[in-house]
Write a protein that binds this ligand. Structure first.
Ligand code: PRT
Ligand code: MG
Length: 218
């Protein structure tokens, strides 16, 4: 049995065409079913639905053989025990710094002032500001980061931006782009050895279905 971990929403939706290219079709719609284990047209392939931030954990500990996860989530979790053969080029966005429109970020950073930063992505934020030599007080949040600068909880946020509409609606402006984000295929290293033929077939089919073939590590 091959178990693939996906999260509901954009990752599930954008992985479907890749699975189809591999000849795999999920037989139930996760938005309609309450099931957490979804069968496919292959008796030996199943999909498990987990929280986006739990995908690396499932794959690392072998609860799933492979999974699809955002680079943001992967960096925050760490890559121990995870083989990352492919950038799937899906669920694209960027990690950015944003502040209130009336906050003079450039001046604050230049003055060497301490910056209060609210984010769910503390590892990425810490590394980024450390490289810039900016001192930060980190406030860990689990959602609705946009609210932090508006309520005085923080000067700046580090969050994912796609269209920029969420920032705009909350009168925030993007002042730095930290990195481009897309989703990655991650594979349990032990499973890769034990189930090599089946897993390699999926990796190769995904790879062939990508718009620009990114070289699969062999
Ligand atoms: O929602 P939950 O807490 O269960 O988990 P999650 O938010 O991690 O999952 P999900 O499905 O929302 O996101 C999964 C992955 O999709 C993320 O890890 C990213 O790699 C990727 N992705 C791509 C995004 C976005 N685009 C995105 N726009 N994840 C989140 N957003 C959010 C962003 O946080 C912000 O609140 O959308 C808002 C901004 O969108 P725009 O279009 O208004 O700029
Ligand atoms: Mg979300």
């Amino acid at each position: 049995m091959i178990t693939l971990a996906l999260s509901k929403g954009r990752i599930f939706d954008e992985t479907m065409p890749l699975l189809k290219a591999a000849g795999i079709e999920v037989l139930e719609d996760p938005e309609k079913s309450r099931k957490l284990i979804l069968p496919t047209n292959h008796a030996n392939v199943r999909v498990v639905l987990v929280r986006a931030s739990d995908v690396p954990t499932y794959v690392q500990y072998g609860g799933a053989d492979l999974g699809v996860t955002g680079l943001d989530t992967l960096i925050e979790h760490g890559t121990d025990g995870l083989y990352q053969p492919l950038d799937l080029q899906i669920a694209k966005c960027r990690m950015s710094v944003a502040v209130r429109a009336d906050f003079d970020y450039a001046a604050k950073v230049k003055q060497g002032a301490r910056l209060k930063v609210a984010t769910k992505y503390t590892t990425i934020a810490r590394d980024f500001f450390a490289t810039k030599g900016v001192h930060v007080d980190m406030v860990k949040l689990y959602g609705s980061m946009e609210l932090a600068p508006l309520t005085g909880l923080a000067d700046a946020i580090v969050d994912l931006v796609s269209t920029g509409n969420t920032l705009k609606a909350n009168h925030l402006v993007e002042v730095e782009r930290i990195m481009e984000i897309s989703s990655r295929l991650v594979v349990n290293q032990a499973a890769l050895k034990m189930k090599q033929v089946d897993i390699r077939r999926i990796i190769d089919a995904f790879s062939a279905a990508l718009p620009v073939h990114s070289a699969a590590a062999k």
